[in-house]
Design a protein around this ligand. Structure first.
Ligand SMILES: Nc1nc2c(ncn2[C@@H]2O[C@H](COP(=O)(O)OP(=O)(O)OP(=O)(O)O)[C@@H](O)[C@H]2O)c(=O)[nH]1
Ligand SMILES: [Ca+2]
Length: 473
């Protein structure tokens, strides 16, 4: 049974977010969305293009919908584009691109997959508000799930996907069953690399002038960049865009996302023996919201006698060494020339990078400027980790507990991942944190990269199965 009420967060940069319980009717959601997004509704829905030369009617708008089913949330992305001299024209500003995020992620329905249909149905309803009913049947809708679903066993994954397929089949959109799937982590990294370089104007240019991506998601972390080093085939992807071929290293470290890594660390402390152990990655005085072991009866209470009691006492340096040890686990079995994280090959870093998702959220929280942000994160995080939880709550009254309590862990994890493991210098100018990029401030959601590959005459190998022009599936 999914406990959290569905949380509606209207993106981009919408000031409001909505919480409603599953029992409330759809009309509440539609009312909120249509009133809040009134202007966008008029511009996006109608066949009128808002352009620099004023309004003109475009009868050739096309639409596409991608649902990004992440571990901590499920987002629907709506794209409107058109064809000019035979080529698709994309615009990811607020006139031709909309997205909406609901929580929780699909994997939260593992115990009761059928309950996932409510959330997917709401996302479909949202998309339908903005897409003319006459073009639904030629508008593709895809559901692409990432690490949260990758962590579930295959059977449960398929059960949840089947629930989503049922909703999408009857949605009126153009849909094929294989368009609801769990995508590979390396594909997820590639899509994020595509949108970043599209936004920066480097897609279609010199491969060695492109920008790499490092992402810290909820359940996985991705590293994706063009390397001049030899890359073993299991880490190598090829994209051709325009008449340029890009050989890209792309790997997703499953379990190394922000939420899963913190959970794994907590569990390792619990199982580290008896008595009381200190958790240096959580501010002193914080007690986990989830049911604590002592509240549970039966086997859990029994287990509590076998496991240690974990006491939060934030200490940045100790947390940094704990997270570093976690990232280095398995390195002794590295079968490649060099492994930076676990026993996984990562080429020597090359070129510029954008650091996304939790890298961005944590840097923004500590109000770091671009310059030498990694080194500046250390003193800021040292003082944060050392604060009492009650003081932090007073200091940051508007920050959600589930984000606030994670910043001690995430700051230490970021330094031990980017500097101690991957080798970025603490004042490395090559790496910047971002959630948007380029002259048009394009959002860096990987779904935009997937949409581009799907509509822009590109070729992309799928682990050796190269398919012309988008063949995602
Ligand atoms: N502090 C903070 N964390 C956020 C915010 N939005 C998302 N997060 C967290 O940042 C992490 C990464 O967010 P996402 O990239 O959306 O993660 P996801 O797509 O749900 O996870 P994956 O399936 O692993 O890609 C998750 O732990 C989220 O809970 C935010 O506004 N502030
Ligand atoms: Ca994600």
């Amino acid at each position: 049974m999914v406990e959290d009420p569905l949380m509606v967060q209207i993106l981009p940069d919408q000031p409001s977010s909505y919480t409603f319980s599953k029992t409330k009717s759809k009309s509440i959601l539609l009312l909120i969305i249509t009133t809040t997004l009134g202007l966008l509704f008029v511009v996006f829905y109608s066949n009128i293009e808002l352009s620099s030369s004023g309004w003109n009617v475009k009868s050739s708008f096309r639409y596409s919908v991608i649902i990004d089913a992440g571990s901590s949330g499920t987002r629907v992305h709506l794209f409107r584009y058109w064809i000019e001299s035979g080529k698709p024209v994309f615009d990811f500003g607020e006139v031709n691109y909309l997205s909406l995020k609901l929580t929780p992620g699909l994997s939260a329905y593992a115990d009761n997959p059928v309950e996932a249909n409510t959330m997917v149905a709401h996302l479909v309803d949202f998309a339908k508000i903005f897409i003319p009913v006459g073009v639904l049947k030629v508008t593709d809708i895809r559901l692409m799930a990432t690490a949260g679903m990758r962590l579930l066993n295959e059977t449960v994954q398929q059960q949840i996907l089947e629930v989503t397929r049922k909703v999408l089949r009857s949605s009126g959109f153009m849909f094929r069953d294989e368009w609801a799937s769990v995508i590979s982590g390396s594909d997820e990294g590639i899509y994020a690399w595509v949108i970043a370089n599209y936004a920066l104007g480097s897609l279609g240019g010199d491969p060695f002038q492109t920008t790499g991506i490092v992402e810290l998601g909820g359940a996985s972390a991705q590293v994706t960049f063009v390397s001049s080093e030899f890359v073993p085939p299991e880490f190598s992807r090829t994209i051709s865009y325009g008449n340029v071929a890009y050989k890209i290293y792309s790997h997703s470290f499953l379990h190394y996302g922000q939420d899963t890594a913190q959970e794994d660390l907590y569990k390792s402390l619990q199982n580290s023996g008896k008595g009381t152990v200190i958790d240096p990655c959580t501010p002193k005085g914080y007690t986990a919201g989830k049911k604590s072991l002592n509240d549970s009866f039966g086997i859990l209470a029994e287990e509590s006698r076998l496991t240690a009691t974990v006491q939060a006492a934030g200490n940045f340096s100790q947390c940094r060494s704990l997270t570093f040890a976690m990232l280095q686990k398995g390195k002794e079995n590295c079968p490649y020339k060099h492994c930076s994280i676990g026993s996984t090959f990562t080429p020597n870093l090359q070129g510029k990078f954008l650091a996304k998702e939790q890298f961005y959220h944590t840097s923004k929280f500590f109000e770091l400027e671009e310059k030498a942000w990694l080194s500046k994160m250390i003193p800021a995080a040292k003082s944060f980790c050392g604060e009492e939880w009650s003081k932090l709550k007073e200091k940051y009254p508007t920050i959600k507990d589930r984000y606030l309590h994670g910043y001690c862990f995430s700051s230490a994890y970021i330094v031990s991942m980017l500097h101690d493991s991957l080798g970025f210098a603490l004042d490395d100018e090559r790496i910047k944190f971002a959630e948007k990029a380029g002259a048009k401030n394009t959002p860096l959601d990987w779904a935009l990269g997937a949409f581009i590959l799907n509509n822009a005459k590109a070729r992309y190998d799928y682990g050796g199965k190269s398919r012309k022009n988008l063949g995602f599936f």
